[in-house]
Design a protein around this ligand. Sequence first.
Ligand code: RIB
Ligand code: CA
Length: 316
Amino acid sequence: MKKKVILDCDPGHDDAMALLMAIASEKIDLQAVTTSAGNQLPEKTFNNARKLLSLVRREDIPVAMGASRPLLRELIIADDVHGESGLDGAELPSPQIDVLMTSANDLMADILRNSDEKVTFVVTGPMTNMAIFLLSHPELKEKIEAISYMGGACFGGNITPQAEFNIYVDPEAAEVVVKSGLPVHMFGLDVTLKAQLFEEDVKEIGTINNPVAQVMAGLLNFFGRTTTQPFMASENHVEGIHMHDPCAMAYIIDPTMFTTLKKHVDIDTSNSISAGSTIVDYDEVLVGDKNVNVGFDINLPRFRELVLDTMNYFTK
Ligand code: RIB
Ligand code: CA
């Protein structure tokens, strides 16, 4: 039975791979794509999502733009990682469909109201839209199967020493999600830094004879240069390209690919040096409820195989 999924994303190179995985998977029935402000400005991530759906000729999937900024804080973007367009490194087709005059919140609500089955949300950017939906439609919470998100870290950070970008952009939104009482699956840096593609993977993708794989090879070459920090590699260690967002989607496709642990998770919504950090009670020293299923490890060969299968799917 296919799982109905709504992808809320800020494409974004790794968001793009998560989207393509959803399109290619026989396990996923992608109901809609909603876009958030994060990697780039809201108009750019919105148009990037439309371009990606045109690239795979799935303009039947509705796309709607979400909030233009975080709930309370000023927007910061990651143009240093994803470039001026948000998807630098490849040319994508212009979107062929008219813009839906529906907001992400209304599109999410329409889909859940009209669905006979529960719907899973996969969130791969700041969680502003997810939080707004939970706060504005409590009556539809029962139609949510789970929320699988890329964000946070039990240990470490990438935008500050303690905070990961998606959570740091909108900590208040992340707090709404982790305290929602819903099944929440977190794929933070602990596991996403292990979800790596290597030069040989990118080269193999570049030999696959379809326009999607050719675009992704270009995107990965760009992303590999901006996301892999030089200090991570050494003479006897090759650091691959960190495929953060696809982890949140891959878990819905095949949860056995991951090692996860239920832990108490809270969000630092202060304005201190630790702002935006995810407090994961790894050693269970608090009494708090284990509200989040946290990813800690990945079967990397199977992940890489899923990526290649996704790229080959578009050769028809
Ligand atoms: O920290 C990684 C996250 O930030 C990913 O979602 C990436 O797309 C960027 O948004
Ligand atoms: Ca993202």
